[in-house]
Design a binder for this molecule. Structure first.
Ligand SMILES: [Zn+2]
Length: 391
């Protein structure tokens, strides 16, 4: 089952000023809905910065050089990293029960000292596919892909584009009572009820774990990432023998995923007959409904023309808006409230056609990123200028 080396952390009990400061930083980060805390050594000391809605923020606090070693050592101690080791990367994880929060910790030696990044994992969070913010049709197609008993569903996208969240939400939308669901993850981020999660580490890699899992009578397997030929081959073999496989892969788009699979040596016919859904995901900031301003229709038309979006006919009136960039109001952070996942994707039939006539025709995408952004802009959920930005 669950294999997280999280240890309890006696939160708030720290008696030292450095411990107090760390405690304040974690609380502030949680209140501000930051995804990460960066403790960065600089030439003149230490700066503590947060990442919020995907963007790094100006320093929340700066400490002078005299505090550098003391503070970093205290943080190492509080987060279960070894203070006996310095100058080498370290990973750790701690649970902060009173805040219902886990912190995934990573330390990296840099020119001016050890830099520590803490990823905040909110344990109260639920992975509800219906409430993730997907476009209605995309949501429908995603669910459709998970209804197959076998096949492969692949998500590509840069780090921090919400791929894991989408995969978790897909798993949680599957009827876990009737199925044996196993995940292989590096590292396990959240523990999910009713799902068997395996941690990939230096002792066991994806392909070794996948071979073992296939002997455990699985129905659905989540493979954290396909990054080598063996794992790619095993995923498609598993799919062709009656398993549903979900994974991520490094590629720049839905069609590029297929090129990447071919590079990894997966046979064309295996891709054509097993790949059900191929997509590229991005996260786009959701605008605050309180302080956003209406975008004049002529400005909107200009933007859409520039973006080259084929205007999809939509029911109802367009509601294009502009975020109050950088300012915002008391109801938001700089004009935004959270982020929405947008997908460029191809479905099984189009994937098959693309592989068979690839040389002649461009891929038949069910949605491009720009079209997906257009949809959300039309509903007034994101700033219309994002239609130009997504790529
Ligand atoms: Zn606002």
């Amino acid at each position: 089952m669950e294999d997280i080396a999280a240890k309890d952390f006696n939160f708030g009990q720290s008696k030292t000023p450095y411990g107090e400061l760390f405690y304040d930083a974690v609380q502030k980060a949680q209140t501000d809905e930051a995804s990460d805390i960066h403790i960065e050594p600089t030439r003149t000391g230490i700066s503590i910065r947060f990442r919020i809605l995907g963007d790094m923020q100006p320093p929340w606090k700066k400490l002078s050089t005299d505090h550098k070693l003391g503070f970093v050592n205290e943080v190492k101690q509080l987060t279960n990293l070894s203070i006996a080791i310095s100058g080498r990367p370290q990973d750790g994880r701690i649970s902060i029960d009173p805040l219902k929060l886990d912190l995934r910790v990573n330390l990296l030696p840099t020119l001016y000292g050890e830099k520590i990044v803490l990823r905040l994992l909110d344990l109260k969070r639920n992975f509800d596919l219906d409430r993730a913010g997907f476009e209605v049709e995309t949501l429908h197609d995603l669910k459709d892909a998970t209804r197959f008993k076998n096949g492969v569903i692949l998500i590509s996208g840069p780090t921090g584009s919400g791929k894991t969240t989408t995969l978790y939400s897909l798993l949680c939308s599957i009827d876990r009572k009737k199925l044996n669901v196993i995940t292989l993850e590096d590292p396990v981020e959240y523990s999910l009820p009713g799902i068997n999660q395996v941690r990939i580490d230096s002792k066991i890699n994806f392909s070794q774990a996948l071979r073992a899992v296939l002997r455990q009578d699985p129905d659905v397997i989540l493979v954290g990432e396909i990054r080598d030929e063996e794992t790619a081959a095993l995923c498609f073999k598993a799919a062709s023998t009656g398993h549903l496989v979900l994974s991520t892969i490094h590629a720049n788009g839905a069609a590029e995923v297929i090129g990447r699979l071919l590079n990894l040596g997966v046979e064309k016919f295996m891709i054509a007959s097993n790949l059900r859904f191929s997509c590229a995901q991005r996260l786009v900031k959701r605008i605050c409904q309180t302080c956003a301003v209406k975008c004049p229709q002529d400005v909107a038309n200009d933007i859409l023309k520039k973006a080259g979006v084929d205007l999809i006919s939509r029911d109802g009136k367009s509601n294009f808006e502009l975020a109050d960039d950088g300012n915002g109001c008391s109801a938001c952070r700089g004009g935004y409230t959270g982020r929405i996942p947008i997908l460029e994707y191809m479905k099984g039939g189009a994937i098959k056609d693309f592989i068979e006539v690839a040389a002649r025709d461009p891929p038949r995408l069910a949605r491009t990123l720009k079209e997906a952004a257009y949809y959300h802009a039309f509903q007034g959920e994101i700033d219309i200028r994002e239609v130009l930005n997504v790529s």
